[in-house]
Ligand binder design. Structure first.
Ligand code: ADP
Length: 401
């Protein structure tokens, strides 16, 4: 079964084509700077054939048309005809309460995604554009929308409601939704499989630590809480997002610094987090600077890991028993230092990191890095490479079957 996965951003389009029967990625790539003079397209096949082009793709339609022409190209392509595609899976950021599972896209679904725009004004419009363009270019291929929010729809009311007047929830949908659901779900399933525990029995805390970051408490395979909220701004300290702050800070910024809402939005989403504290948002740079004695970089690391540790404590209290901690995404998979700082001094809670195993994590494979004691009930600490596109492809297959 061949499935194309699309992830449309405001000026970008990521794509990956899977042959699920043979567990293969046939080709993948990205178009960036759509709408600009020099949009940039990259393409790579599983046999390492590559292609790059700079061209003024005016919109997502032109970009996708180009991608299709390459996929069908005699030398570079991986398809003989578009009819070989059995489905297109789309990443959609916000599904609100309407979309608790992925679904096949029709007019009603498009309207539903459009309705969520007030909750995700930056993400849902380009996702919707990607869907519409794909439907117009592949009218005979079924399209499936997979939502970042769906996995967290199992959160109980006391976890997802804010302490705000009920009307704001009932009429305007102000509540916590959570994001990165596809990744949390995927790594939880991979961890369950690795540990030989049925997913319905898995209790875990998942750490998706990339440029954006979130954690989830998973009980019996279901998300019961997660650190992001109505938007991805709530929760952990991230590359450029503040995460949790006193909600009164924007009032101060407006009153005392005369900032308008747009500047406050920009400040909290793009100029805060690690970048706000030390001027850098890549953990590799920050770790290097800190090692060389840079105090701001050290503080950034300390604040970053301290926040994660606090959420870990909170989620430990929510789970009756814990099978595993699961680290994933750019930082979770690659930063020995961050994992070490988060898990330091937690032996009294049954969390024991093996320093050597932590240092020697091999890229791209599942690794268990807990210290093995005699006690079989020791909490497993796993590093699991995430693969959101693969999960979207397999969810797409599931819906189409
Ligand atoms: P996104 O949220 O954009 O998908 P990723 O999951 O790709 O982000 O994570 C990106 C971040 O991962 C980078 O900003 C960097 O901080 C971190 N990262 C990537 N590779 C490494 C590495 N080898 N060591 C430590 N950190 C890394």
């Amino acid at each position: 079964m061949k499935i194309l996965v699309l992830n449309a951003g405001s000026s970008s389009l990521k794509y990956k084509i899977f042959d699920l029967d043979h567990d293969l990625v046939l080709a993948s790539g990205l178009v960036e700077k759509i709408g600009e003079e020099k949009a940039h397209l990259i393409y790579e096949t599983k046999s390492k054939k590559t292609y790059e082009e700079e061209a003024p793709f005016k919109n997502h339609k032109e970009a996708l048309e180009k991608i299709i022409s390459i996929l069908l190209d005699k030398k570079l392509g991986v398809l003989n005809s578009v009819s070989e595609l059995q489905g297109v899976g789309h990443r959609v950021v916000h599904g609100g309460e309407s979309f608790k599972i992925p679904c096949k896209v029709n007019e009603e679904v498009l309207k539903g995604i459009e309705k969520m725009i007030p909750l995700a004004p930056l993400h849902n419009p380009p996702n919707l554009e990607g869907l519409k363009v794909s439907m117009s270019l592949f009218p005979k291929v079924p399209q499936v929308a997979v939502f970042d929010t769906s996995f967290h729809q199992t959160m109980p009311k006391h976890a997802f409601r804010y302490a705000l007047p009920e009307d704001l929830y009932e009429k305007h949908g102000l509540r916590r939704y959570g994001f990165h659901g596809t990744s949390h779900h995927y790594v939880a399933k991979v961890a369950a499989n690795y540990l030989n525990i049925p997913i319905e029995k898995l209790n875990a805390i998942t750490f998706h630590l990339g440029n954006g970051g979130s954690m989830a408490a998973i009980k019996g395979g279901k998300s019961i809480d997660t650190s992001m909220g109505m938007t991805p701004l709530e929760g952990l300290v991230m590359g450029t997002r503040s995460g949790d702050i006193d909600p009164a800070i924007p009032f101060f910024l407006e009153r005392e610094l005369k900032m308008d809402l747009k500047s406050i939005d920009l400040l909290l989403n793009k100029k805060s987090g690690l970048k706000g504290i030390c001027g850098k948002n890549d953990i590799r740079d920050i770790s290097r600077l800190s090692k060389n004695g840079d105090e701001k970089a050290t503080l950034a690391l300390n604040i970053y890991c301290y926040r994660i540790k606090k959420y870990l404590g909170a989620y430990l209290a929510l789970l009756p028993k814990l099978d595993a901690l699961v680290f994933t995404a750019g930082i979770g998979e690659n930063s020995t230092l961050v994992r070490e700082m988060i898990l330091k001094d937690l032996n009294h809670l049954g969390i024991n990191l093996d320093q050597e195993k932590n240092k020697n994590v091999k890229r791209g494979t599942i690794q268990a890095i807990q210290a093995e004691g005699k006690d079989q009930t020791v909490i497993k600490i796993l590093v699991v490479p995430t693969d959101e596109e693969k999960e979207i492809a397999s969810q797409t297959k599931g819906i189409l079957n």
